[in-house]
Design a protein around this ligand. Sequence first.
Ligand code: SF4
Ligand code: FES
Length: 339
Amino acid sequence: MPKVTIDGIEIEVPNGTTILEAARMIGGDIVPPTMCYYSKLKTSGGYCRTCLVRVSKGSEKDPRPMPKPVASCRTSVMDGMEVQNLTSPEILEARAGVVEMLLLNHPLDCPVCDQAGECHLQDLAYEHGKAETRYEFPRREFEKRDIGDKIQLHMTRCILCYRCVKTADQVTDGRVHGVCNRGEVAEISTYIENAIDNDFSGNVIDVCPVGALTDKTFRFNSRVWFTKPVDAHRDCPTCSGKVRLWYKGDEVARVTARKDKWGEVEEWICNSCRFDHKKTSDWVIEGPSKIDRHSVISANHYQSLKALKSTIDRQRGALPHGEKTALGDGALNPNNEEK
Ligand code: SF4
Ligand code: FES
């Protein structure tokens, strides 16, 4: 069992664990953000670079630091490895750069986007982004493509994380969509329309970290923070039938899979549960959903990056005398500490 230290916190993990998974085992704000990694999808990760960390000590055997930031979702821990995330100014700077790059072509249409309030890019931009842009060129534009009556594709919002491609590949049968072209003109599929005609295709909505794939049956129906999430189940012949109902008043406005605290679905659900069962009488209600993440749905407002008290306390001890954390004095402000 290798031991790894992340932002001053040591943990023992099974062989083959990635730095990201080790950080998730520790939990809290030291966990690097992810836009493309998805624990339920094989071979996900490695595309977006938001999970970059600094490996300041490679291992007990070879203590040399890694020469440049590494993607924590794709790098396995070694015994004695030391990793910096929040405690590295270099990483916070690099992440700000990644956010800036992701936003180069992403339209700032949050006020009209259905994903607002549960968009991981929005969270990332609030936590690590800058208020201004240096980009002076027109943003990418695409021909509008209709992919059916249930799923809305907004290619301009896509950040090419490949999650929907892997979902189509691994959850539906007979994948016929993928990422075509490269660089500035890359886009998902010419054949996504075909992948959509499948019992489990609606899951691409849930895995999309931004508003590129949204639920047409919920479109412009409500801001997500005006809806109330409730866990419910039904006896479904196709999937587990365990879902989250989003109530607007007494009406079920939409049905999604349940997501864990990392914003990843717990179990894939079928299209029939998602699109065809929108009456309370279709479901056995279990109770209000727990929204774990730093979500606008539960918090009702966004907060800037916070450092866990425990992280800071340990880091204070771990750093040489007089040296400050990457977060500076503001992070040590009691108002910023975890309640
Ligand atoms: S549509 Fe969404 S899930 Fe698919 S690649 Fe683009 S951002 Fe990722
Ligand atoms: S989450 Fe690791 S590269 Fe995207």
